[in-house]
Design a protein around this ligand. Structure first.
Ligand code: UD1
Length: 356
């Protein structure tokens, strides 16, 4: 079997790692196409090195642009790569512009598409990601759902017959990285003058939080006013928006750091007193590492983290300090994101071994 993976943005490289390893272990051919949506070394190259992913076979180098420019620029190169490699499946990941472009290019030339992380919904139609994932689910041939909630969403939309529950491949890579960190003695890259515990980790990059200067200022003020150091891992989109709006990120409790490689991120979160974020991945990573999370959005796709008490949504920024510094909730053995072996089930589903 030959699989062609379309990736482009940071979280997709994390998900690509367990898939690449599982495909190789099962002796399948794997062609990796990187759209170049993310091009900074800190958002791309370092993930290939740290997570042992083979170098992309094709890199389209599309870079940044408006949604239309970025998505449109990807289509011809994706189509060419798909025609050249004639895969059994095109595999698309998550909810980015690279995902919808990969899907569109494939279905128009009658190549079968499998969507990893299918069925997630925020029901917020202002999010570009929501449109990307809804359209991808409806166009794809095989929907690889990470959770029971995702399966239910797909059934509600009439897509149950194409759906397989596989678990979440981010659990696979998180557990592996946590164990490798432990074995290698990887320390969290906490600045020398910040204590090894008692700090928070923060990330902000969603358009809804970065693109409105008043909202971005309110978020920065809330983080700056906290009583413990806040390690803000600054995504390029955040830095660019803050600079445009004349907002200084390094203020009060905030310590601005560059985005970290994945093993360092896991070590940082594991050692932290809490996470404040708008990232989807980080909400889950915090839960899996049993660190309280505060999400600066009005809704989340990962509702299990909220239902189980490990994640609080504060989209209105009503009391970020009280939420961010709340005590750790009671322990739970719940495993809504699978057992760390989702990638093997993905490969089995692609090979036809798990009925859709
Ligand atoms: C994208 C995804 C989002 C995902 C996120 C992870 C879409 C619509 N959004 O958001 O779902 O959670 O990736 O990071 O696909 N930039 C750089 N260097 C880079 C990449 C981006 O400087 O390597 C800057 C550019 O100014 C660019 C901006 O960041 O315009 C936004 O990048 P873009 O790829 O549009 O979206 P993300 O915010 O990264």
């Amino acid at each position: 079997m030959r699989i062609l993976s379309v990736v482009g943005a940071r979280p997709q490289l994390v998900k690509l790692s367990p898939i690449a390893h599982a495909l190789a272990a099962a002796g399948h051919e794997h062609v990796i196409v990187h759209t170049g949506q993310h091009y900074d070394a800190a958002l791309s190259d370092v993930f290939f090195t740290d997570l042992g992913i083979p170098r992309p076979d094709v890199n389209l180098h599309v870079g940044s642009g408006s949604h239309a420019e970025q998505t449109g620029a990807m289509l011809p190169g994706l189509e060419r790569a798909m025609l050249e490699h004639a895969p059994d499946w095109v595999l698309v990941y998550g909810d980015t512009n690279s995902t919808i472009a990969g899907t569109l290019a494939a279905v128009k030339i009658h190549q079968r598409v499998a969507h990893l992380e299918a069925g997630l919904r925020s029901f917020n139609r202002r999010m570009p990601e929501e449109h990307n994932r809804v359209m991808t689910d409806h166009a794809a041939d095989l929907l690889l759902a990470p959770t029971d909630v995702a399966v239910a969403h797909l059934r509600n939309e009439g897509l149950g017959a194409r759906t397989v529950l596989v678990g979440d491949v981010m659990t696979d890579v998180l557990y592996l990285t946590r164990d490798r960190n432990l074995a290698a003695g990887t320390a969290a890259p906490v600045p020398a003058d910040v204590g090894a515990s008692g700090y928070l980790v923060a990330t902000i990059h969603r358009a809804e939080n970065t693109d409105d200067p008043a909202r971005l200022r309110a978020i920065v003020d809330a983080l700056a006013g906290l009583s413990v150091p806040v390690l803000l891992l600054a995504h390029p989109r955040l830095r660019a928006s803050a600079e445009r709006a004349g907002i200084t990120l390094e203020a009060g409790a905030i310590r601005v750091l560059d985005p970290t490689p994945y093993p360092a991120l896991v070590a940082l979160v594991q050692g932290s007193a809490g996470v404040v974020t708008d990232s989807g991945g980080l909400q889950k990573e915090a839960f899996l590492l049993r660190v309280p999370c505060t999400t600066l959005r009005h809704e989340t796709e990962w509702v299990e983290t909220v239902d189980l008490g490990w994640n609080v949504l504060d989209g209105d920024l009503t009391d970020v300090a009280a939420h961010a510094l709340r005590p750790t909730p009671a322990p739970t053995g719940a495993a809504p994101y699978g057992d760390g072996h989702a990638a093997a089930r993905v490969v089995a589903a692609l090979a036809g071994g798990l009925g859709a």
